[in-house]
Design a protein around this ligand. Structure first.
Ligand code: BDP
Length: 690
């Protein structure tokens, strides 16, 4: 196995289960609309793989074991009076029922897409060996937009992508539709993803040219039956670059007219086009600020062009400016919070989970809860830009759960980030994709779990990481508890291990220049202060950490008062965020009784030990999982082990040069002097392609 099959492997079930399941899926009742055809195709494929025979399609119920698929309006389902109303357009219901005296399983939705989602859930029950004899399952997504953001350039280079080239083979589109596109759509539909932004947020206006739109239209055609809409990124200066205008000022009527015409053109080609995503005035991208207009001015102009077509505008809040001397943590909030209520109804402001940039651990972004009159959507990064790329095993489910369950205290105690996302008319979650043309899709077997988990959290932000890991492990590695048990254990501990060996105790952004891979806590020579690791850790002879308390930059002041009080109090702040918010003396007594310095060293070692433990668990699985995937994971864990040690040694060597403290007893000195680590030029590591 290469991993290409993802979690849709559909391998044969054990004989005892085969007997239990087979009687329940003897045939299915046919349907002829595209999404229902996709649903029945999937049912056939899944049953053929797992139960060893192809169920046939019939016009009506022919006997026990029929699977009846359709909407509440279908003649066989309507008389059952199923409670579909509250499930919305994408929800579904799976119920064991009797039709014409026969025992059947009904998979119903209000729309065809619900039926497709229901089929995937039904198959998952078999994949995870649940009984299917007396089913009454209903579910509906809690968020409306569940989208992948591909940071894919038109030349197929994927920014921060570690899984090969972009899967969009633009050169062969629209003439050739790679079967991989359909597989991609199936995989996404299986976890409820219903949108895909095809192009990089660092946008190229060319994507909006007619010849590219023809390619986009072809992809949209493949994805449509699977309930997936396509979106594009809009380069704010496109009216100049493509339209020959002198300005891209959002308040200039000619500019607005250009965008309106462009959007109309897109919808003529793709009537169900999803909308646009914009990165503006951020890291060199053009935007409304270039014309002294606000982000709301820019967003609303584009939103107005999309509104007549039902399109959505996603506008990113990831901004920090070179000219702004303020703590980078504060800049997005400072710029966006005052714009609350100023955006059109079809705008979603897309906010990263933390205020800096996808670090292994960040506190939740203070904008969540701070813009009650503006729909906010979450942006998670599935691709592991700051967590060791594809080779390091880090299951992100635990990180996302931590953020989603954080209490914003806005408007009151008990309002989690998840609840903020779920409130409001338009809701959504975006995930920066980790998908590429590698045979395993995501660059590593375990990174598939992050794609999978993203879909599950977008469907239900209140989901929990562990059951998701269990489902993924069973579907991806088989149902033997002796295999899934250790795998889930590895996954659940993995991200904390990365935090420990890279950025423990609330540190962040400590990587060397040019990539976001190896350690470089000493780097202090980059043009913009906030690009330097020293800006983030502020280690000096007196201590380490970024003072964001009231007497520091007062970033804590952007949180609700009780959160600010907790984060701002050195005694109450969770230790895992201590150095994010406080500059702390090296000798500070930690909860463990150790000094901060000793604790820091202990954490680094704990991280390395965590990787060693994963290696041991994986070694014990040899022969229990297929050889090729087993070896790939083994190799990657060995790389991760070496690099965890590198992070640990380089970081300790550097911080010791500042703290001037001895290592605590039992903790080995770095293998080399500091200069040795400083001299390392990270071997090829993909950057941002700029
Ligand atoms: C950073 C990446 C950069 C992205 C940027 C963004 O390093 O490549 O363009 O975020 O989100 O994490 O816009």
């Amino acid at each position: 196995e290469t991993g290409y099959d993802l979690w849709l492997r559909y391998r044969p079930v054990e004989p005892a289960w085969q007997q239990r399941y087979a009687g329940r899926v003897s045939h299915y009742v046919v349907a002829d609309r595209p999404t229902l055809i996709a649903a029945t195709d999937e049912l056939r494929r899944g049953v053929a793989g797992m139960l060893g025979y192809e169920p046939v399609g019939r016009e009506t119920v022919m006997g026990d074991g029929a699977v009846v698929l359709g909407t509440g309006a279908s003649p066989l389902i309507a008389p059952l009076g199923l409670p579909l109303a509250k499930l919305g357009r994408e929800g579904f219901l799976i119920r064991s029922a009797t039709i014409e005296g026969r025992r059947v399983t009904v998979i119903a939705g209000n729309a065809d897409i619900g039926v497709l989602y229901g089929v995937f859930r039904f198959l998952k029950l078999i994949q995870t060996r649940q009984p299917i004899d007396a089913l009454d399952v209903s579910d509906a997504p809690k968020l409306r937009l569940r989208v992948l953001n591909h940071w894919d350039n038109l030349d197929r280079y994927v920014e921060r992508g570690y899984a090969g080239q972009s899967i969009w083979d633009w050169q062969k589109l629209p003439g050739h539709l790679d079967p991989r596109y359909t597989y991609y759509a199936r995989a996404n539909a299986s976890i409820g993803i219903n949108g895909t932004v095809l192009t990089n947020v660092n946008a190229n206006a060319d994507a909006l040219r007619p010849e590219w739109l023809a390619k986009v239209k072809a992809l949209a055609g493949v994805f449509r039956p699977y309930g997936i809409k396509v979106y594009l990124t809009a380069r704010f200066s496109a009216p100049i670059e493509l339209g020959g205008l002198k300005t891209a000022d959002p308040l200039d009527p000619q500019v607005a007219a250009w965008w309106k015409a462009k959007v109309d053109e897109i919808y003529r080609l793709i009537p169900d086009f999803g909308g646009l995503l914009v990165k503006a005035n951020s890291e060199g991208q053009p935007g409304p600020n270039d014309y002294k207009r606000s982000h709301a001015d820019g967003a609303n102009m584009l939103a107005d062009a999309l509104a007549p077509h039902g399109g959505t505008l996603m506008w990113r809040a990831f901004v920090y400016a070179a000219e702004n001397p303020d703590d980078r943590h504060k800049q997005a909030y400072t710029e966006f919070a005052p714009l609350d209520g100023k955006f059109r109804d079809n705008v979603l402001v897309q906010v990263k989970n933390g205020a800096i940039d996808f670090q292994p651990r960040e506190p939740f972004h203070p904008l969540f809860g701070a813009m009650p009159r503006t729909p906010l959507m979450m942006e998670f990064q599935i691709t592991k830009e700051y967590l060791g790329f594809a080779t390091h095993l880090a299951y992100l489910g635990t990180m996302w759960e931590e953020v989603l369950q954080a209490d914003t205290f806005r408007p009151r105690k008990g309002t989690s980030v998840a609840q903020v996302l779920e409130s409001g008319a338009t809701t959504g979650m975006a995930g920066v994709a980790n998908i590429g043309s590698d045979s395993n899709w995501s660059g590593s077997q375990f990174d598939q779990a992050n794609w999978y988990a993203f879909g599950r959290f977008a469907w239900d932000p209140d989901a929990r990481a562990e059951p998701i890991a269990r489902d993924w492990a069973a579907m991806t590695w088989g149902n033997d508890p002796a295999v899934t048990g250790p795998i889930v254990g590895m996954m659940m501990a993995s991200r904390e291990a990365v935090v420990d060996y890279m950025t423990p105790l609330g540190l962040g952004h400590l990587m060397a220049t040019g990539h976001h891979y190896g350690p470089g806590p000493w780097v202090a020579d980059l043009a913009r202060p906030e690009w330097n690791p020293t800006y983030y850790h502020k280690a000096d002879a007196s201590g380490i950490g970024f003072d964001r308390t009231r007497t520091g930059t007062d970033a804590v002041g952007q949180y609700a008062a009780p959160v600010a009080a907790q984060f701002g109090d050195g005694k109450r702040v969770p230790e895992k965020l201590l150095l994010w918010f406080h500059h702390v003396p090296w000798g500070h007594r930690m909860r463990s009784g150790r000094s901060l310095w000793d604790e820091l060293v202990t954490r680094y070692d704990r991280g390395v030990a965590g990787v060693a433990a994963m290696q041991a668990d994986w070694t014990a699985l040899e022969g229990k999982v297929d050889d090729r995937r087993w070896r790939e994971v083994r190799d990657f864990l060995a790389i991760q082990r070496d690099e965890a040690q590198w992070w640990r040694d380089a970081s300790i060597a550097y911080f010791q040069s500042v703290s001037k403290r001895p290592l605590p007893a039992g903790h080995a000195a770095p293998a080399h002097p500091l200069d040795w680590y400083k001299a390392i030029r990270t071997p090829y590591a993909p950057g941002n392609g700029k």
